[in-house]
Design a protein around this ligand. Structure first.
Ligand SMILES: Cc1cc2nc3c(=O)[nH]c(=O)nc-3n(C[C@H](O)[C@H](O)[C@H](O)COP(=O)(O)OP(=O)(O)OC[C@H]3O[C@@H](n4cnc5c(N)ncnc54)[C@H](O)[C@@H]3O)c2cc1C
Length: 319
């Protein structure tokens, strides 16, 4: 028998499904704007020990409503009763209520930094399944947070005087926040540069927190690069600078100048997170992009992608 496509389930089916599957509560939602938020999630069973930089799967039932507008998704009744899960790096509140450094370990919740994907990347792509549902949630709502926290994108092999360079696109900043807070807490003496590229300045979720940390810790530097603000797009803008890429900041030496550090592979560790184009992963058979990603540029500069010592490059790609 062919099942009829549907978009929702009746309440009498939804309530027991939620009771059976959901094991965590969204305790706080910090809206940066309509398509970007920070959420704090408390698992019923408490938080297992984890390392800054790791990730966990969050989930919701396909029976939950989707934010509008978003790409239409039509599922049969069987699929509507299933869960959708996606990986999310654990971010960090960065500050406590008194404005002092807070690490992940100080919180009794897991913090996430998430962007809404309303449509698949291409016309033919499947509808994004989780974020249009996540963005419907309010504090007190229930959800899935898998017990297992995992990942190798972590702080290993870093000496207290080494330079640590984090480079992210958008919400790829999340694991860097967790790692930067941990380094600062541990008394790290070397430079910590947390650089991120976003479309617009409005797409920055932790601006005030980074500002405060820079004041408290002279070795900490936060840098935002935009690609779609008026000064990036409008040649008539008095401050026109064109599109900015982390890659150009690195190769031109501007990043080193801003960081006040030579970013020498002899004592620098690099972390790349987010969009695979920035990281520089070219899939077999694909043409290399016009703007090369960071991996080939780092190799040219003497960095290596193996062994967790100085000069090591680690990356986490989000899709
Ligand atoms: C290890 C790991 C950690 C991750 N951590 C985060 C995180 O901390 N925050 C976060 O927002 N996402 C994160 N992601 C991506 C996340 O797992 C989902 O893919 C994303 O939230 C979209 O889910 P979806 O079901 O709505 O759409 P999907 O069907 O999963 O994705 C649809 C398309 O959306 C685009 N996309 C996916 N993620 C992003 C993103 N972050 N920014 C812009 N476009 C995107 C891609 O083109 C992708 O093909 C992570 C992914 C991995 C593998």
């Amino acid at each position: 028998m062919i099942e009829e496509p549907m978009t929702t389930l009746d309440d009498e089916k939804v309530l027991p499904l939620r009771r059976t599957h959901y094991n965590a509560t969204l305790v706080e939602r910090i809206n940066i704007h309509d398509e970007l938020f920070r959420i704090r999630v408390r698992p019923d069973a408490g938080i297992r020990p984890f390392e800054p930089g790791q990730y966990v799967a969050l989930g919701l039932g396909n029976w939950e409503p989707r934010i509008q507008p978003s790409q239409e998704e039509v599922l049969d009744e069987k699929r509507l009763q299933k869960l959708v899960r996606r990986a999310y790096s654990i971010s960090c509140p960065l500050l406590d209520p008194s404005g002092n450094l807070a690490t992940c370990a100080d919180a009794d919740f897991l913090e996430f930094y998430i962007t809404l994907v309303r449509h698949g990347a291409e016309l033919t792509s499947k509808a994004p399944a989780l974020t249009p549902r996540l963005f419907m949630l309010a504090p007190g709502d229930r959800m899935v947070a898998e017990n297992k926290i995992t990942g190798h994108y972590t702080l290993t092999g870093i000496g207290p005087d080494d330079t640590v360079l984090f480079m992210a696109t958008g919400t790829g900043e999340a694991p860097h926040n967790a790692m930067a807070a941990q380094l600062l807490r541990s008394g790290h003496r070397g430079k910590i540069i947390n650089a991120t590229t976003v479309r617009q300045r409005a797409d920055v979720g932790y601006a005030a927190e980074h500002e405060r940390l820079q004041q408290q810790f002279p070795q900490y530097r936060y840098l935002v690069i935009t690609t779609r603000d008026p000064e990036n797009l409008d040649p008539a803008h008095p401050g026109y600078i064109g599109k900015q890429y982390l890659q150009q900041f690195f190769t031109s030496g501007r990043l080193a100048a801003i960081a006040d550090d030579p970013l020498d592979p002899a004592n620098t560790h690099v972390f790349l997170c987010g969009n695979p184009a920035m990281i520089g992963i070219v899939r077999a058979g694909d043409q290399p992009p016009q703007t090369p990603g960071m991996l080939p540029l780092l190799v040219q500069a003497g960095f290596v992608n193996e062994n967790a010592g100085p000069g090591h490059v680690r990356y986490e790609k989000y899709w």
